[in-house]
Each structure stands twice: as structure tokens, then as C-alpha cells.
Design a protein around this ligand. Structure first.
Ligand SMILES: Nc1ncnc2c1ncn2[C@@H]1O[C@H](COP(=O)(O)OP(=O)(O)O)[C@@H](O)[C@H]1O
Ligand SMILES: [Mg+2]
Length: 153
């Protein structure tokens, strides 16, 4: 038969809906707007409410992390027959130790961010918990990419 990478291409699902948003570092004023826009699209598309809830929690945490710790990002939301998927690719300081960043309670948030109610160190663990598939890649001084999805079936 075919080697695995070829099979992946053949089995790739069609994209039913896709939209890309831009997130700007330090833009607290518009914080949460991408997560809200994606939530409204998912409602219009008739996606199951438990899927909307889980993805919206993940999206908000992902968006706020870009605002707090990166310069800018492209946030791509896609709906496929079996899953809703996000790829958020940022340009920024990156994460030197992903193992540490994934630990509950670990945060480099500044005092100012903590005063705004951020910095509990639960964002990345919450994204992982609320998605069915989660991947994070980061290169210090270059940026971070998160890929996560919630299954529809
Ligand atoms: N997109 C990102 N770019 C750079 N660093 C990040 C990014 N997302 C998370 N981090 C780092 O990982 C840490 C943990 O993130 P998170 O679990 O969301 O907690 P919190 O945002 O409360 O600090 C952050 O404090 C930060 O150091
Ligand atoms: Mg966070």
C-alpha cells in the first residue's frame, strides 16, 4: 500500500469553513475579540454547544497569550467534517522551556498583567484539557505555534 505520509494526503479532509484573524501583542483593548468572533461563527454554523464551549475556552487563552507574550499572530480557525481546528502562529519571544510553561501555576506574567487578572499559569494546561489534540512548538526569539482541535464526532 502507500507509505504513511502519502496516506495522510489522500485522507486529508475537506475544509468546510476557514477564517484567519490577526492578533496584536499588547493589544489588551481588543483582548478576547477573536475568541468571541470565532464563537459567533461556530454558533451560526450550528456547531454543538459543548464543542463551542471547549474551543472558546482554548481560543481565549491562546489569544490572551499572544497579547501578553508575543508581537503578533495569525490565528486560523477551520471547520472540517470531523473536527474544528485552530492553528495560531505567532512571532515573538518564544518559550524556552515548554515543559515548564505547560505546568499548572507557572507564569512569567508581569505585576501589571496580574493586576488585570491574568497570570494564574493555567492557560496552556486549559487549552490542552479542552482540546482533543494539542501540539505546541516554539523557537526562542522567533515565535510559537499552537495547533489544537476538538472532535465533532
Ligand atoms: N505565545 C506565547 N509566547 C511566548 N510565551 C508564551 C506564550 N504562551 C505562553 N507563554 C509562556 O508560558 C507561560 C504559561 O502560559 P499560561 O499557561 O497561559 O499561563 P499565564 O498566561 O497565566 O502565564 C507564560 O507565562 C509565558 O511565559
Ligand atoms: Mg495564559
Amino acid at each position: 500500500m502507500f507509505p504513511a505520509p502519502v496516506l495522510d494526503v489522500i485522507m486529508e479532509e475537506e475544509i468546510l469553513y476557514s477564517e484567519t484573524f490577526r492578533i496584536h501583542g499588547n493589544d489588551f483593548e481588543h483582548g478576547g475579540e477573536v475568541a468571541a468572533a470565532v464563537k459567533s461563527v461556530m454558533k451560526q454554523l450550528g456547531i454543538r454547544s459543548d464543542v463551542i464551549r471547549r474551543l472558546s475556552i482554548a481560543n481565549f487563552e491562546c489569544e490572551m497569550n499572544v497579547i501578553m507574550y508575543a508581537d503578533e499572530a495569525e490565528f486560523e480557525f477551520s471547520v472540517l467534517p470531523s473536527q474544528v481546528r485552530v492553528v495560531c502562529k505567532d512571532r515573538g519571544q518564544g518559550i524556552p522551556d515548554i515543559g515548564l510553561a505547560m505546568q499548572e501555576g507557572w507564569s512569567t506574567a508581569t505585576q501589571q498583567m496580574r493586576e488585570r487578572g491574568f497570570g494564574a499559569g493555567l492557560g496552556l494546561p486549559n487549552i490542552k484539557r479542552n482540546s482533543d489534540k494539542f501540539e505546541i512548538e516554539s523557537t526562542p526569539s522567533v515565535g510559537t505555534t499552537l495547533r489544537y482541535s476538538v472532535n465533532l464526532e
